[in-house]
Design a protein around this ligand. Structure first.
Ligand code: MRU
Length: 344
């Protein structure tokens, strides 16, 4: 299983996802600013992975603060947390992780707090691993033997620092003895599907067919796809779900073609403070990601381009949301409130 990151006591080792699949380059980050940059430059990406990386990054930032005075330490730690909060806006896992790290600053002694922050980051990581394993087991029950699934972007171990969400469900279905095939959309502009999902699925020995994003409707209409399963970056309390740009298109196509459309996500992706997806902040990224592919220009110089990184799929297109605490269907408002208030 690909390792998204590892805490090495005093530094954070990450696998640079921006270089995959051409090269497997690991980077040892010793400064919290390098972790913030790695998130912004999408060397580490995917909602749960961003949350875990921020948690370790905060622990790293704390360990480098040079004062024994609690108040001064907390002022500087707050700056570290603010830098992470400003790194990427859409995945709520980031903000959940920052809030949980704040809970670990209770102690009186600065060294004690530094230790608690490392322990909290490790706890958050362990919980994501357990949650993604559990939701994958639950979700796999929805997958029929002999199915062909379609997935978008990358929602495997790289994106979760754990077992995977959408890809976890697919892997667990295979482990349950089901024969499954997977269609993977390339996922313009940064090609997480073509570069990462195909790579992870091939490592698992699953049969993969790579298609361009615009081919999805063709294959659905032809009856080649039995269900769609994707991850999410933020799920509002009514079930509206933000995920990689293009997900909404797939959901509408799935409904038109009477194909089940599943979202797989840990409860750390649910944001009950938002009543609908209209309130989810959507990240706008550099237009150069559209006008260039891996640094090579593909459009006339100076052309205007738009680059929203995510879109929101209305709950009305979602057949079910698969979480580690259960599978939720309409009415989502009650279902999501119910599972998030449940003790583990
Ligand atoms: O911009 P990215 O690559 O961070 O976007 C990732 C996605 O949209 C994933 O589908 C989502 O985070 C779910 S990951 C389990």
């Amino acid at each position: 299983m690909a390792m998204a990151m590892k805490w090495l006591g005093g530094k954070l080792r990450i696998l640079d996802q921006s270089k995959l699949p051409g090269a497997q380059i690991f980077a040892d980050l010793e400064n919290y600013r390098d972790v913030v940059l790695a998130i912004q430059e999408m060397k580490i990406r995917g909602a749960p992975t961003i949350g875990v990386a921020a948690a370790y990054g905060i622990a790293l930032g704390a360990s480098n603060i040079n004062t024994a005075t609690r108040d001064e330490f907390l002022v500087q730690l707050n700056q570290v947390m603010r830098a992470f909060a400003a790194s990427r806006p859409t995945a709520v896992n980031l903000f959940q992780a920052i809030n949980r790290m704040k809970e670990a600053t209770e102690g009186d002694d600065v060294d004690e707090i530094k230790g608690s922050l490392v322990n909290q980051a490790k706890r958050i990581h362990r919980e994501e691993i357990a949650a993604t394993r559990q939701l994958s087991q639950l979700g796999a029950k929805l997958i029929d033997n002999g199915s062909t699934l379609l997935t978008h972007c990358n929602a495997g171990p790289l994106a979760t620092a754990g077992y995977g969400t959408a890809l976890g469900v697919i892997k667990a279905a295979k482990d349950q003895g089901k024969k499954v095939k997977v269609f993977v959309t390339e996922t313009r502009p940064l090609l997480q599907g073509a570069r990462l999902t195909t790579w992870e699925l091939r490592e698992e020995g699953l049969p993969v067919t790579l298609i361009t994003d615009s081919m999805a409707g063709y294959f659905m209409y032809k009856g080649k796809i039995d269900c769609v399963v994707v991850g999410a970056d933020r799920i509002a309390s009514n079930g509206d779900s933000a995920n990689k740009i293009g997900t909404y298109t797939l959901a509408v196509l799935a409904k038109e073609n009477k194909i089940p459309f599943y979202i797989a996500a840990p409860t750390s992706t649910i944001d009950l403070s938002l009543s609908s997806g209209a309130e989810i902040p959507i990240e706008e990224r550099n237009p150069e990601e559209i006008t260039h592919i891996q640094g090579i220009p593909i459009a006339p110089e100076g052309i205007r381009a738009a680059n929203p990184a995510f879109d929101v799929t209305s709950h009305s297109y979602i057949t079910a949301i698969i979480t580690e605490k259960g599978i939720v269907k309409e009415p989502y408002t009650e279902g999501l409130k119910g599972i998030t208030s449940r003790f583990t």
